[in-house]
Design a protein around this ligand. Structure first.
Ligand code: FE2
Length: 311
């Protein structure tokens, strides 16, 4: 029995010395400036209803925190009581409440609840695809503009951790999560867990979190991933970012675990951010799949990962 049930990831927070440069990059990446709360924090949103999904505070560059959304204030109070902390007002557009915690590696983890959702912005509906077997577009051309991708929502965060067993116990106890894929080393040790939310019969992303041990590396943020509207949108966003001279890392390809089409970029301070589309969705009945490192790092098509990706 967990203290709460996370229903989705809510936002990620970074620090950076130049908020204007961060804003310019994030615009090119496909995020929009959120409502200004007047507290000096740069907040960006997607086209979906979350009031913001990416925050930057002024300071030395680095990953600061991630937040998960829970359903009720009662769950928030239970989380706060368990860690001897309290439910606090959440600053930023949408308001709401927050419980601030630290996981076994010291990552700042926040549970949020009760924020007022924003009006969704228009999302491109996508032009139908013709395949050899099925023609869904006749008498209609397809024209894709080269412009920033249309990010709809934050999808997942990957964290390097020092002790997967301790990390999983901490997060599962607080947020009632499920393991979609358990990745093992040849020796049988758990190297990585792909984790989804438990929303009963509602299908959710294959992974909202991933914890991984990167041999020789300290526990550190690996990447945050944002869902774009479709494959054409991802590819147009790739071209736009490339033409603007941003740092590309890996893609475009299709992962094996989670199946999503991926494209990885770096922000001006090296934080790894992913565009993705067309991922797997599972409800709570799907069993845990046990697999290996080769499968985790492989892709179904696209280039091989760069050598430093798993570090
Ligand atoms: Fe990812």
């Amino acid at each position: 029995m967990s203290l709460s049930k996370a229903i989705d990831i809510a936002s990620v927070r970074f620090s950076a010395p130049d908020l204007q440069a961060m804003r310019a990059f994030l615009h090119d990446f496909g995020l929009r400036v959120a409502e200004d709360a007047g507290d000096g924090v740069l907040r960006m949103r997607g086209l979906g209803p979350a009031p913001f999904i990416h925050e930057t505070v002024q300071g030395d560059a680095g990953f600061v925190a991630l937040s998960l959304r829970v359903s009720t204030l009662a769950e928030m109070q239970t989380l706060a009581d368990a860690d001897g902390t309290r439910v606090e007002p959440l600053s930023g557009p949408g308001g709401g409440h927050v419980v601030r915690m630290r996981d076994p590696d010291g990552y700042r983890v926040e549970a949020v609840c009760g924020d007022v959702q924003a009006s969704p912005l228009p999302t491109p509906s996508g032009c139908p695809w013709n395949s050899a077997a099925r023609q869904d577009r006749t008498g209609q051309t397809k024209r894709i503009s080269t412009e920033p991708a249309h990010i709809v929502r934050l999808g997942h965060v990957v964290l390097g951790v020092s002790d997967i067993t301790a990390t999983w116990a901490w997060w599962q106890q607080r947020f009632g999560l499920l393991v979609s894929d358990e990745v093992r080393t040849p020796d049988g040790d758990v190297a990585s867990l792909f984790i989804r939310c438990d929303r009963g019969t509602t299908a959710v992303d294959h992974h909202t979190l991933n914890f991984a041990r990167f041999p020789g590396s300290p526990a550190r943020f690996h990447h945050a991933a944002f869902e774009v509207s479709d494959l054409d949108d991802l590819m147009a966003g790739n071209r736009f970012l490339a033409e603007r001279g941003h740092v590309h890392e890996w893609g475009v390809g299709r992962h094996i675990l989670g199946s999503q089409v991926f494209d990885y970029w770096r922000d001006p301070w090296g934080h790894r951010l992913e565009h993705w589309t067309d991922g797997d969705l599972f409800d709570a009945n799907a069993p845990t799949n046990v697999t290996d490192m080769k499968t985790m790092m492989g892709c179904q098509w696209g280039p091989a990962p760069p050598g430093n990706f798993a570090s």
